[in-house]
Ligand binder design. Structure first.
Ligand SMILES: *Cc1c(COP(=O)(O)O)cnc(C)c1O
Length: 430
């Protein structure tokens, strides 16, 4: 008997659309999109690229993913820009969900009148930093700087030290951003040294403000000097400080990291920062400072283009009220406890015949701040061949490969996820 041509055995469209997984996908993605994927998979089978048995899975694999892939951050980099920086606190996640529908974001339900947009978030920020006369929130740290430059220095000069003209990452250069607002950059000093006299020499009628930028991703050491905020504040022009990381108050663990409260108390007129770095919240740009400056920013037409949505405002308010955040917990995790977690993981993997080792690791804060700071940490060490299956699994687990080993540093992995790490490692097998 002749074998039936496999191309004749390609499953029919209606049979495929009735498959539970494809039918479930049609509920969220729509039938047209799922059908198109089915037709593409059938065509591939007719061309002999797939067996008839592979058609269903190929159609499923061809569907667009509805949500971003969850990743467990075992890199030892607490704030990993490629992983979306700060993971949100549970209360911030709840707030996001609550804000997804219609909310009172801009309405006072008692009076029925329009109210200040995002007042919970603004009140929480003002309460967290009483030194600020007023606060405002925009889309991200770069937007905060762009708004300050546009509103306070367009057509005028921003005086900035050459040592602070930084590239934040992915080609984002602060000087380019500032120049794009129509302000002129007036560079003073040199890469390693800038003095008060350098600033004094250029300050004049064209000065919009003096900008001080925290170099958040590198350190300059050796023969250096910079002018502290307190001294810049006596130059007679507004001083804007980009602290970057969003620490609102000092953190003893990160003594070199500037914070909003101390910077304002030191005399800064305006502080800008990100919401999703050390603050541990959603992507946002924070502006804190003298009430009159903040009001000028808020009233500037550009402010409308940079305004944050209700989801961000809800998550930011919840973050500011949360007793702690995953970012803070990861930063302050006790190395003794981390070691015990990694040893327990190793022992339990050992019971299932998987041999892993426990090794010390040096974690870092990451692009979000504190360059040069190393945090004592512990990692599970596995053969390098585990890296790819773990990275492409669900959840994806991202570690770091070093000298032929995959290191899973648990500092930024929530403890509740240890069982999932164990299951994922076991599923890789031999
Ligand atoms: C991260 C950073 C920025 C950019 O902030 P985004 O929120 O990423 O836009 C600007 N300045 C400094 C000093 C930073 O560290």
């Amino acid at each position: 008997m002749r074998e039936v041509d496999p191309r004749r055995r390609v499953p029919r469209t209606d049979a495929l659309l009735a498959d539970p997984a494809l039918a479930a996908a049609a509920v969220t993605l729509g039938r047209d999109l799922v059908k198109a994927a089915v037709v593409r998979a059938q065509d591939r089978a007719r061309r002999g690229e797939l067996t008839p048995e592979q058609v269903r899975d190929a159609a499923l694999a061809d569907l667009p993913s509805r949500t971003p892939r969850a990743v467990l951050n075992a890199t030892g980099v607490v704030l990993h820009t490629n992983l979306g920086r700060a993971p949100l606190a549970p209360s911030a996640v709840d707030a996001l969900v609550a804000a997804a529908g219609n909310t009172d974001v801009e309405l006072d339900l008692r009076t029925g009148r329009r109210a200040r947009r995002g007042r919970e978030a603004l009140d929480a920020l003002a309460a967290a930093v009483p030194d600020a006369g007023a606060v405002h929130v925009v889309n991200n740290g770069a937007a905060a700087l762009a708004l300050a430059a546009t509103a306070l220095a367009a057509g005028r000069e921003i005086v900035v030290s050459r040592g602070e003209l930084v590239e934040i990452g992915d080609g984002f250069r602060l000087p380019d951003l500032l120049a794009s607002t129509g302000a002129r950059l007036r560079e003073v000093g040199t890469t390693n040294r800038t003095t008060r006299a350098d600033y004094e020499a250029v300050i004049g009628e064209y000065t919009g403000f003096v900008l001080k930028v925290h170099p958040s991703n590198f350190v300059v050491t050796g023969f250096t000097s910079a002018v502290p905020v307190a001294e810049l504040a006596t130059l007679g022009v507004p001083v804007v400080v980009d602290i970057g990381s969003g620490l609102l108050a000092p953190d003893p663990l990160l003594p070199a990291e500037p914070d909003a409260a101390t910077t304002l108390r030191g005399g800064a007129h305006l502080v800008t920062a990100s919401g999703d770095k050390l603050l541990g919240g959603p992507q946002a740009g924070l502006l804190l400072g003298d009430a009159d400056l903040v009001h000028r920013l808020r009233r500037h037409p550009l402010a409308r283009a940079l305004r944050v949505d209700k989801l961000t405002l809800a998550a930011l308010a919840a973050t500011l009220y949360a007793p702690t955040t995953p970012t803070r917990d990861a930063l302050h995790a006790d190395p003794v406890r981390l070691r015990a977690r990694v040893e327990r993981l190793r022992d339990r993997l050992g019971e299932d015949g998987c041999k892993a080792e426990v090794v010390p690791s040096a974690a870092v804060v990451g692009g979000g701040g504190a360059p040069g700071v190393e945090l004592d940490s512990w990692a599970l060490s596995l053969p390098e061949r585990y890296a790819e299956p773990l990275r492409t699994g669900r959840p994806a687990i991202l570690g770091r490969v070093l000298h032929g080993r995959l290191l899973l540093d648990l500092r930024a992995v929530p403890e509740v996820a240890d069982d999932r790490v164990r299951a994922a490692v076991l599923s890789v097998g031999d």
